[in-house]
Design a protein around this ligand. Structure first.
Ligand code: BDP
Length: 714
């Protein structure tokens, strides 16, 4: 720390002792720091909270408002009956609300949608926050708090918001031993060993954070599910968590192991067509609902990466999903059945989910939804959208994103994922003509009678700042905001998050926002530009290992399977002369992807094996282009370091320092990526690295020796 910063630091200790010590990131975007008095002046007419319904959720809403106000202005809002200067919160059944809003409007309020309105009546000023459901009112309150911080909409509020998806769900890949698969923020939040009797205060904080962004569901355990989770011993623990989450509007779901009837039920098999198995699931589900009456349902990874499934008995995914769906149906429970499967013989891995699931369209029960990863392979820095979106007409489909950065530098790299999420959601599948975006297929616009949901693999753990990297919190935030409204721009979401999490000073906001908005493309540039994919180190997926060869490993777990580098060029031929994965896309996309001159350059090597000297749109060769991309990724990270160092005066020393250290790691890793990929691919291209870019720093042979000690299977 520089001398003058040290002085400011010591001085500020006296000014804001509490806020300074709390800056470990644990308060997320819910910090409620003082707002300028000119801004709060606009709200001076707000003095009370009027609430006339008894409800745990509305109590939470009132308390949140009061706490926020205390933070913003130093004054709590007191609870009072309806009077001048009240924020009136409630459902459409509230007498207060009925007195202030027209009947037709109240009747039109549905589900979790909410309304926020400034109302003048009898010379009195009210701010009304109402919904058909208590949790909708809670969302409205959080929205109002956000608007105050954004300094928007004062005085004449007239807002109606409705979520785009009915189920907005996090998937925790948390194991029962409290390790987290692909988790980079410490151990699991769920302290199974002390549940159900001891409840960590973080359970409530977790629920509150999710409610603040509209997330209303959570899968507690890893998709690689242990059958144990369905034993009575664990179900009472799950119930304890569900009880904490309920008033925040969050439903609990569980990932289940398809072999549970055999593993923990003592049956001889788990064949879905065995009546004993069906009976076992019915009884198990009944037991679950007797403990958790609003239980959400099951998430299932079956016949994938060695997990059991219906195919073990010669049955289909539909047979498997339906047996669970039938058990859950009487209680309104849902089955989220994952399409992440790739065991279809020699087929291109990118084609397999489609090949398995399209023939089953129409065979699933109504309460089954197919959970599809955003891309056809596996959460890569960039993939095209999965061709399954739009290909199932009769079966509801949902997206699965990955917030945890398995393939994006763990919690060491600053990568803002809203642009990636939006890239998928805004992709036009052309399934129902032009404009059939993934968002419209999954949010009910094009499949109006279907279940709607959106999911993402969480990046949350026990770390004080929840996500490992302070900026990784933005990805949790962005997922929630987009699940609520996928039409929000990545920029808008970043803007909200930065202002609430760090500072409202534009000297901070503007440069940091520009860094966030370009960060995903930057990572693509230094890891896998032009559509290269899966050139990660084996197992842990942290660094580059395009050369990786593990005797006996599945070919489709190895980088060579994907990059196909040889003396003629680079990339996977998925055109009609190759694996023909392009044929799984609707027209005109199939034609566009198939044609090297029309294929978007950022997916070129995904779909084509491209000669090293192929002329790209900018007139340079593919090889040169590749080199410039890697170089640009490295240069961008160095820019981010400079941006970050410049904003030091605007934020607390602790978060400043922690992000600064992570950026150093990222800058180091970017050079590692660039050298590893370029030097390795150069052994095939036999062309020089353009002379105007930075020379490689490492020797390929040295890079090949790097073996990180991290345990993971593929
Ligand atoms: C892969 C992960 C693996 C997961 C799998 C899945 O490497 O840990 O179990 O996806 O989604 O990306 O099931």
């Amino acid at each position: 720390m520089k001398q003058n910063n040290l002085a400011i630091f010591i001085f500020s200790l006296f000014l804001f002792p509490l806020s300074l010590f709390a800056e470990d990131g644990s308060r997320l975007w819910l910090r409620y720091e003082p707002l300028p008095s000119v801004q709060m002046e606009k709200y001076k007419y707000l003095i009370y909270i009027a609430k006339d319904e008894k409800s745990a959720t509305l109590d939470i809403a009132a308390n949140e408002l009061s706490v926020a106000w205390e933070g913003f202005s130093g004054k709590r809002l007191s609870l009072a009956s309806l009077q001048n200067g009240a924020v009136v919160i409630g459902t459409s059944k509230s007498k207060n609300i009925k007195a202030l809003l027209p009947k037709e409007e109240l009747e039109a309020l549905k589900g979790e949608s909410f309304l926020i309105r400034s109302v003048k009546k009898g010379g009195n000023n009210y701010t009304v926050i109402a919904s058909a459901k208590e949790v909708g009112t809670l969302y409205g309150v959080f929205h109002f708090i956000r608007l105050v911080q954004m300094d928007e909409g004062f005085g004449h509020l007239d807002i109606k918001e409705a979520p785009k998806y009915a189920i907005r769900i996090l998937n925790h890949w948390d194991n029962l031993d409290r390790t987290v698969e692909r988790g980079y923020a410490g151990h699991s939040l769920w302290k199974w060993e002390e549940l159900p009797n001891t409840l960590s205060p973080r359970y409530k904080e977790y629920a509150r954070a999710n409610a603040s962004i509209g997330i209303n569901a959570t899968v507690l355990n890893n998709v690689n599910a242990s059958p144990e989770i369905l034993t009575e011993n664990y179900l009472v623990k799950v119930k304890a968590l569900a009880d904490v989450f309920r008033p925040y509007g969050i439903k609990v779901y569980l990932a289940v192991n398809f072999s549970s009837p055999k593993e923990i039920g003592g049956l001889s098999d788990s064949d879905p067509l065995n009546p004993e198995v069906a009976k076992w699931w019915k009884n198990k589900v009944k037991e679950v609902y007797s403990l958790i009456p609003d239980f959400g349902g099951f998430l299932v990874k079956a016949n994938s990466e060695g997990l059991p499934g219906p195919q073990d008995y010669g049955r289909t995914h539909a047979d498997g999903a339906n047996i669970l769906a039938d058990a859950l149906n009487p209680y309104g429970g849902v089955v989220m059945w994952r399409a992440f499967v790739y065991s279809t013989g020699d087929e291109d891995r990118a084609k397999q989910a489609y090949l398995e699931f399209v023939p089953l369209d129409g065979q699933f029960r109504d309460n089954v939804i197919i959970q599809i990863k955003n891309g056809p392979v596996d959460f890569q820095p960039r993939e095209p959208f999965s061709p399954l979106f739009g290909a199932l007409n009769k079966t509801p489909e949902m997206v699965e994103f990955q917030i945890t950065q398995e393939y994006l530098g763990f919690s060491n790299h600053l990568v803002y994922l809203a642009p990636l999420f939006k890239e998928t959601l805004d992709s036009d599948t052309y399934s129902n003509g032009s404009g059939s975006t993934v968002a419209k297929i999954t949010d009910g616009t094009l499949r109006p009678d279907k279940l709607t949901a959106i999911s993402a693999v969480a990046n949350i753990g026990e770390d004080a700042n929840w996500c490992g990297h302070h900026f990784a919190q933005a990805n949790w935030y962005a997922f929630g905001r987009l699940a609520w409204n996928h039409q929000l721009s990545a920029e808008r979401i970043a803007d909200e998050w930065i202002r609430m999490t760090f500072s409202r000073n534009n000297e901070f906001v503007d440069p940091v926002k520009s860094m966030m908005l370009t960060s995903r493309e930057t990572v693509v540039d230094y890891m896998m530009p032009l559509g290269i994919h899966h050139v990660f180190a084996f197992g842990h997926h942290y660094g580059p290992e395009p050369w990786c060869d593990v005797p006996g490993a599945r070919p489709d777990w190895l980088p060579k399977y994907y990059h196909k580098a040889d003396s003629t060029g680079l990339g996977f031929n998925r055109t009609s002369t190759g694996s023909n994965a392009v044929s799984q896309y609707f027209s005109p996309l199939n034609g566009i992807y198939n044609d090297i001159s029309r294929c978007p350059e950022n997916l070129l090597l995904w779909f084509h094996h491209v000669p090293w000297d192929y002329k790209m749109k900018d007139g340079k060769t593919m090889w040169d282009n590749l080199c410039y991309k890697y170089d640009s990724g490295v240069r961008q990270i160095r820019e981010y370091q400079k941006i970050w160092d410049r904003i030091e005066p605007y934020i607390d020393a602790r978060r400043f320092g922690e992000v600064q250290s992570k950026l150093k790691i990222q800058a180091h890793d970017a050079v590692w990526w660039k050298d590893a990929c370029l030097l390795y691919f150069q052994t095939f291209s036999k062309r020089p690295v353009p002379y105007d870019i930075e020379r490689p720093v490492y020797e390929l042979e040295d890079l090949k020796k790097i073996k990180l000690d991290m345990n993971h299977h593929n």
